[in-house]
Design a protein around this ligand. Structure first.
Ligand code: SF4
Length: 1016
């Protein structure tokens, strides 16, 4: 056999099946014999048993003793599909690959109508390469997570001081009782249990009704991206227990850019983010990132980028402080080394060139309404031509001028068409650059300016030379980038993600969506892609969204002060006294409040400051704010240790991390291969859901009733013990009039999956052969008794393919099928109505480029002068690391540590050389130490360090004592440098501790931080 045919045939039916080894194990009758790997005596280790084997009769057979199932990956938040191989005898996960039905894993996903057996055949032989379904390195490394030696598999109670790492194992029932009832639990005095904390008739803060009831003093964190499991947690916390303080990671993750992007995408203020239509894109710009380094699935992006480079000679530019491997040699890739946190300067410069050269899609921008768009063959339109009242004395200043006030229509906006004022609803092709005095119905002259004119003025605020110097990119390069972006018609796009999260992340996100508006690429073939969405399981045969007696806490202001300051008691009292209500006494989050400021790190910061109150209990499920949030203070850690300040801390997780190691009680939880899943996918085109069921026996212990302990069981048992609504017998109303129970883990998941499957209209019919090949007997056994026959058939179909991926034509003419309907906002009037809670000034209506500012308006430079902190820091996600992958041995082996990256010339100027041990020092953060790597792949004046390293006290790198037995830490899991506590806090915010935020949204920033680097 030559090398080519060997490789071609070695697909999923591994090399063993195509070589003498497999042949020799194939009996004459064609059926394969079980592979006994344990007895294999090979020189270089034992090959894994294959998923399937080709019999001598040329037919594919399941390998006896091997179960393979399609499910979803939760190693990072992208949620790709997975194909997982399990050894049935040992109940162990052997190998992880991709799901060939799922768009995230395969460039040519198989149709759902293809039987499961055929999907395995398609992965082998001559079609193996074409149908290859991959998973990224960190996803594949999850193989060891079930039997990880440092996984928490007992119910634990601390025996030393918080965080000392000393525990004793206790029964689940003891933990449940103590957590609910409280008492002198640790010999340190009385602790209120959850029952006592739930005082719905008492205020959290007397005299300030906006903060709701005292039940809000239960603070709960969670990883919200897991919708299926997270929805049960939220049901307990918000609807049953009644706390508003259910907080998550968005604000210190991707929310800043998403919020900004959304401001330009639609009226109102909702987050959003675009992807790339890889199938036809000709030019792409990656801002603050590199393709496949962050954002949508690494699987998807890596494959699409490779295809686009090879098949269509894609031109792309990575505007990034760090040159990453994805910007490959011998391609049409370009790296523009930008100074960290200067993305807005670059975007403004780009826009300035585009306006100067008339390089924007004027035809598209001139369309003022949806009807005119339709008539012109467009799917979107914008408010580029709409007129804003720019007369500061006018009642509608900063709003769109009303057509009725000028006698040309009703409440709608106006434009100028053919030199005349016209209702924006009636015009067809409006003037784009308008700025002048117009006479209203009362004969008053009013200054009106079109949205695009306001944007152009903003783009021209600073000279190109100054913007160029600020971002570190030469003017000639800026002009070339502007040319590239605007000379591919609509087959071009700009994308970004958390790489641009500096003090102006909102502006950067907004500028990116605005740029895509200027070139008309939203929803265009080859332009900016928006996913067709996902299915959620709250409605259907079972009502999982609400229940009798549920509490509604949506009007409460949470501990982070998410909401408008103008609605607060403090504001009203100041106004009543005739005082200037600004500044507020503390930060309020009024921009996309529900998304930006249900922030676990800000919540812990508020708790530390005891403002507006402290938490009496903290529940931390799958969350690690102390490690993951940039600029979180060491004092927050101290506040978690302080049992007077935080009397009760309960962790629910499979691993110990930097936050939950301070818990009083630790409830073990399921890992991703032991849970049900039904989630959205980032970056997918298809409407769909990635789904899965437990693949192996959970390693968590059982409770007295014989149920595996996990988050859901714990929530259910607590709720029932407290007699809370929404849990227990008959807690879930069914559409057929029944009331079904919510007593167990499976009670929730079976109904959620049934609701999802019920919406998937084109699920295939499952055959007996599918059942065998998808191991449905295994996955359906706990679900079957809880579902009707019809529901069983649908859920079987859903799980057999690892989800549902609706087939659809990708394009409708020149646009992406399913896209369109957007009213794009060059000027966002809703944004312009908000006021900053310190200055009282209105937010801008078009994106702006400003010096980085603290909460009180001081510039960063005033507190952190360039002389003292001459470098700018940038932080990025490495491809092989995510939160949980720190515990994956393969990730630790391949990338044992990170480095402090600097440009070789910059390092030399600082007297540093490659390999030096260095210290990164910021204004008021805790210095981070690491090893310097100096080369020319870093922007001058920058320091880049990756996230997800330096877990010295977590994920098994910690030494812990359980029941008197010392369990040594695994040092390699803690390799490298952690940087988030190096990132300084805002020195102008009130309170002992603070965080560094975007000026407008109050989301956390991690880029463009002024630092210096010195020898350690
Ligand atoms: S990109 Fe994330 S979700 Fe997808 S396979 Fe990799 S780790 Fe898993």
């Amino acid at each position: 056999m030559d090398r080519r045919s060997f490789i071609t045939r070695a697909g999923i039916v591994t090399a063993a099946a195509a070589t003498g080894t497999a042949c020799s194990s194939t009996p004459k009758g064609g059926e394969p014999a079980p592979l006994n790997v344990a007895k294999s005596n090979t020189r270089f280790g034992n090959p894994l048993p294959t998923e399937a084997q080709l019999g001598a009769n040329g037919k594919l057979h399941k390998t006896p003793g091997i179960r393979t199932m399609y499910t979803r990956c939760f190693t990072c938040n992208n949620m790709c599909g997975l194909r997982v191989r399990i050894d049935e005898a040992s109940d162990k996960v052997l190998k992880v690959g991709g799901n060939p039905y799922c768009e995230m894993n395969s460039g040519s996903p198989l149709p759902l109508s293809m039987p499961v057996r055929d999907s395995y055949a398609a992965l082998a032989g001559n079609t193996g390469l074409e149908n290859r379904a991959t998973t990224c390195g960190k996803g594949a490394s999850g193989v060891g997570c079930v039997d990880d030696p440092r996984r928490v598999t007992q119910v634990l109670k601390r025996v030393g001081k918080r965080g000392e790492g000393k525990w004793k194992s206790i029964s689940y029932e003891q933990a449940l009782t103590e957590i609910l009832e409280g008492g002198d639990l640790f010999g340190e005095g009385h602790v209120d249990g959850l029952k006592a904390i739930r005082q719905l008739d008492k205020p959290a803060v007397p005299g300030y009704p906006e903060f709701g009831s005292a039940a809000n003093r239960l603070l709960a964190t969670f990883g919200e991206e897991d919708t299926l499991r997270g929805s049960l947690y939220a049901r307990f916390m918000r609807q049953a227990y009644g706390t508003v303080n259910l907080v998550t990671k968005h604000a210190y993750c991707g929310a800043p850019t998403g919020i900004g992007y959304g401001i330009g995408l639609a009226p109102g203020l909702e987050p959003g983010l675009g992807d790339i239509d890889w199938d036809n894109v000709e030019y792409a710009m990656f801002l603050g990132t590199a393709p496949s380094a962050s954002g949508a699935s690494l699987n998807l992006l890596g494959r699409n980028l490779a295809d686009a480079r090879v098949e269509r000679n894609l031109k792309y530019t990575s505007v990034d402080p760090l040159l990453r491997t994805e910007v490959a040699n011998d391609t049409r890739a370009q790296w523009l080394p930008i100074r960290p946190g200067r993305d807005a300067a670059f975007m403004m410069a780009l826009m300035q060139v585009m306006f100067a050269e008339n390089w924007f899609n004027a035809e598209f921008l001139a369309i003022p309404n949806a009807d005119a768009a339709k008539a012109a063959g467009e799917v979107n339109h914008s408010n580029a031509s709409h007129l804003v009242v720019t007369d500061a004395k006018h009642k509608d200043h900063t709003l769109f001028a009303k057509a009725s006030d000028f006698g040309v229509g009703g409440d709608e906006a106006m434009v100028v068409e053919n030199g005349k004022l016209v209702s924006a609803n009636l015009a067809k092709k409006a003037d784009l650059f308008v700025d002048g005095l117009f006479t209203d119905v009362n004969g008053n002259q009013v200054q009106l300016t079109s949205s695009l004119a306001l944007l152009k003025a903003q783009a021209n605020q600073a000279p190109l030379a100054s913007l160029s110097a600020d971002c570190g990119i030469q003017q000639s390069q800026i002009k070339q980038a502007a040319r590239d972006l605007t000379h591919h018609g609509r087959k071009a796009t700009v994308v970004t993600n958390s790489g641009a999260n500096s003090g102006d992340a909102i502006m950067v996100g907004w500028l990116v969506s605005t740029m895509n508006t200027l070139i008309g690429s939203h929803d265009a073939k080859g332009g900016t892609l928006y996913a067709n969405g996902a299915y959620w399981g709250f409605e259907g045969n079972y009502n999982l969204g609400g229940f009798d007696g549920e509490l509604d806490v949506s009007a409460d202001i949470n501990i982070c002060r998410s909401g408008a300051y103008e609605d607060s008691t403090e504001y009203k009292q100041k106004v009543a006294k005739g005082e200037n209500p600004y500044p507020a006494s503390d930060m309020w989050h009024n921009l996309v409040a529900g998304y930006a400021s249900f922030n676990a790190a800000e919540a812990l910061t508020a708790h530390t400051n005891a403002n507006p109150y402290t938490a009496k209990a903290l529940f931390n499920w799958r969350s690690n704010a102390l490690y993951s949030a940039a600029s979180i203070s060491n004092d927050v850690e101290k506040a978690l240790v302080d049992t007077d300040k935080l009397p009760l801390f309960v962790a629910i997780d499979c691993y110990m991390n930097e936050t939950n190691r301070y818990a009083d009680y630790f409830i073990p939880d399921r890992v991703m291969y032991e849970e049900y899943a039904a989630d959205r996918m980032w970056g997918a085109f298809k409407l769909g859901v990635v789904a899965g069921a437990p693949l192996v026996t959970p390693r968590t212990p059982k409770n007295a009733k014989g149920q595996h302990i996990c988050m859901e069981q714990f929530m259910i048992d607590m709720a029932m013990a407290m007699d809370l609504p929404g849990f227990g017998k008959g807690a879930i109303p069914a559409a057929d009039g029944r009331k079904v129970d919510l007593l167990t883990f499976e009670d929730w998941h079976s109904r959620y999956l049934a609701n999802i499957a019920g919406q998937c209209s084109k699920l295939p019919e499952v055959s007996d052969e599918d059942r065998e090949w998808a191991a449905l007997e295994y996955s359906m056994a706990p679900l079957r008794p809880r579902l009707t026959g019809e529901e069983v058939a649908k859920v079987e179909a859903l799980l057999s393919r690892g989800g549902y991926y609706e087939e659809a034509e990708r394009y409708d003419g020149d646009f992406i099928n399913g896209g369109g309907g957007k009213f794009l906002q060059i000027y966002n009037a809703d944004m312009a109505q908000l006021r900053h809670c310190h200055s009282g000034e209105r937010y801008p209506g078009v994106p702006s480029y400003e010096a980085k500012r603290f909460w009180n308006g001081d510039t960063w430079e005033q507190h952190w002068p360039e002389k003292e902190f001459p470098l700018l820091f940038s932080n990025y996600k490495p491809t092989l690391r995510s939160n949980y992958s720190a515990a994956f041995d393969r990730c630790a082996e391949v990338t044992p540590q990170n480095f402090v990256y600097m440009n070789i010339d910059t390092a030399a100027e600082m007297g540093l050389t490659d390999g030096d041990k260095v210290r990164v020092v910021s204004g008021n953060g805790t210095p981070a130490e690491g090893v310097l790597q100096a080369d020319s792949g870093v922007a001058k004046g920058s320091v880049c360090v990756s996230h997800c390293f330096g877990h010295k006290k977590a994920y098994g790198a910690d030494t812990r004592i359980i029941d008197g037995k010392v369990i040594e830490g695994i040092a390699r899991r803690g390799g490298g440098t952690a940087v988030n506590q190096m990132i300084p806090a805002d020195p102008t915010r009130p309170g002992k501790v603070s965080m560094l935020n975007d000026y407008y949204a109050g989301t956390n920033c991690r880029q463009g931080i002024p630092v210096r680097v010195e020898k350690a």
